[in-house]
Design a protein around this ligand. Structure first.
Ligand code: SF4
Length: 194
């Protein structure tokens, strides 16, 4: 189980080693654009909560990107984001603790539009984009890229995700079926720190 104490400054490193592609992409957009649209924020925030990032650290992370590195003024951040972040952690409204999204939900939910970055890359990116990014941004070798593309063409998105996992962790036939981004993360931490 989760034993590491995670702080927001660890997210860059963790995203490279242990995030599934959907969350790695959201993290990169956060850090590069200092912004994420609504559905991306929801998907990413709940994942962060699920991986054990505390409300405090989550708040620091969003403030750091939106205000310190981005162009949002602090008052706007207070007005538009503090409540929503607390809400995701069950600290506002009905005090419901919102559950991080499963792969099934992410795959079936409305696809990302222009300038939106939520969703599942294997489901929602076109083949050319997926191929290019896997090769150029994530250094995946050609054989593995082709395997992944092949799975996505046959609508086996979670198997494509598993191939990425195995490549990233240098394991073969590891046998984990990927069904949740947080499960991906936990399996990764088990392998890398266990
Ligand atoms: Fe994320 Fe699941 Fe898609 Fe993998 S299969 S990228 S964990 S939504």
């Amino acid at each position: 189980e989760q034993t590491e104490t995670i702080t927001y400054d660890m997210l860059n490193g963790l995203s490279k080693r242990s995030f599934p592609l959907c969350m790695r992409h959201l993290h990169e957009q956060m850090v590069q654009q200092h912004h994420l649209k609504h559905l991306g924020r929801l998907q990413y925030r709940l994942f962060l909560k699920g991986m054990g990032l505390s409300l405090d650290e989550c708040m620091k992370f969003f403030r750091h990107e939106f205000v310190t590195n981005g162009s949002m003024n602090p008052a706007q951040f207070e007005r538009e984001h503090v409540y929503n972040i607390r809400h995701a952690y069950g600290q506002e409204g009905k005090h419901t603790s919102y559950t991080p999204y499963s792969c099934m939900k992410i795959i079936q939910d409305p696809p990302p539009g222009v300038n939106e970055h939520h969703g599942c890359p294997y489901r929602h990116w076109d083949t050319q984009t997926l191929k290019q990014r896997l090769t150029n941004n994530y250094d995946i070798n050609e054989e593995t890229v082709n395997e992944i593309i092949d799975k996505t063409k046959n609508h086996h998105y979670q198997i494509a995700c598993q191939i990425f996992f195995e490549y990233q962790h240098k394991v073969k036939n590891y046998g984990v079926g990927i069904n949740h981004p947080n499960q991906y993360f936990n399996e990764s931490r088990k392998l890398l720190t266990g």
